[in-house]
Design a binder for this molecule. Sequence first.
Ligand code: NIG
Ligand code: FE
Length: 412
Amino acid sequence: MKLLLVNIKELLQVREEAPSKVAGTDMNILPTLKNAWLLLDGDCISDFGTMQQLPKISVEKTIDCTGKIVLPTWCDSHTHIVYAGNREQEFVDRINGLTYQQIAENGGGILNSAKKLQNTSEADLYEQSAARLEEVIRMGTGAIEIKSGYGLTTEAELKMLRVAKKLEEKYPVAVKTTFLGAHAVPNEFKGNKAGYLNHIITDMLPKVANEKLADYVDIFCEEGYFSVEDTHQLLGAANSYGFVPKIHVNQFNAIGGVKAGVVHDALSVDHLEVLTEADIEVLQNSNTMPVALPSCSYFLSIPYTPGRKLIDAGLPLALATDYNPGSTPSGNMNFVVATACIKMRLTPEEAINAATLNGAYAMGLSASHGSITKGKAASVIITKEIPSYGYLPYAFGSNCIDTVIANGKIIA
Ligand code: NIG
Ligand code: FE
């Protein structure tokens, strides 16, 4: 179907030739077209221009976007949306004074989610996860990365990844999957982290590779979870199966995981709430995308990733939700963009670049997502009537979205 959007007040992130990512001062440049039209043909962007030069095109449907802004759908490069139940009780425990780490040490946290997930059927897990995916698509997400890591047994990890793959089949969004078996040491291997790591490498990894269930491999490199040594071991093994890493690092402590990620050519290093000068230097000489997760900082009341500092150091930055039951029970990219502006001092231009173009890079989707470019996916957000794009992060609690189009499909 040919779908024509006309009278667009401002079309954002318009790139004739899209760069794979933007960094440093370029992040503050958001190319736009005012009073524009956009033609979507099936699942692709076909053409665009200004209303003064609208050619005669015969189309199946036209949408009048008077007063509305159109932008590419959000690229959420870091989520854990396949999970069972919730951890509302731990949220209350934290209000009452326990820390996130104390809850994990008492058997809560990731192990709590793993227990729930192991006891949930694949069909039920799919239904719960599909509801979350539908919710985030309505909030403007058109490409999403989904991690395993709440299974922690071979069977349950494969179950999670199969559910993620089924979501990819059923929904008009791009999905990338990441194997995160090294998320925590399960009780069966208590006191034997080396044994669990060996189990991941010799049993889980070959099966994940064989069934082609994951695009990337992740590890939680953090005190009390997996060390830098463990990270080298796992990423080295993952490399022999052709897996590129995307890793959790520097959430609570800087232990050298950023360098480990860069050494293994990680596509992204995510969290970075605690960052050293040495980490920044390592990133400056790499192709690795730093990813900030501001709604995790908000929910856990931990520091925000120093995004301003990263960009001022000439680096790129991507923004993602980290949607998961423990540290971020929200998949709202609009809130992420607003929080990056409010708490990390990103400009609206920088935040929008971080949540579109750079988010696409952080999940290997630069060729198809993240900008309004001919041939890319017909995935766009049409806002309600708003004064300007800066209003999106400014009105941080409002739903400014009127319509979402995902792969040419109108979601409403
Ligand atoms: O990205 N930090 C590690 N993993 C997840 C949260 C895990 C959980 O609490 O369930 C995160 O924040
Ligand atoms: Fe995460």
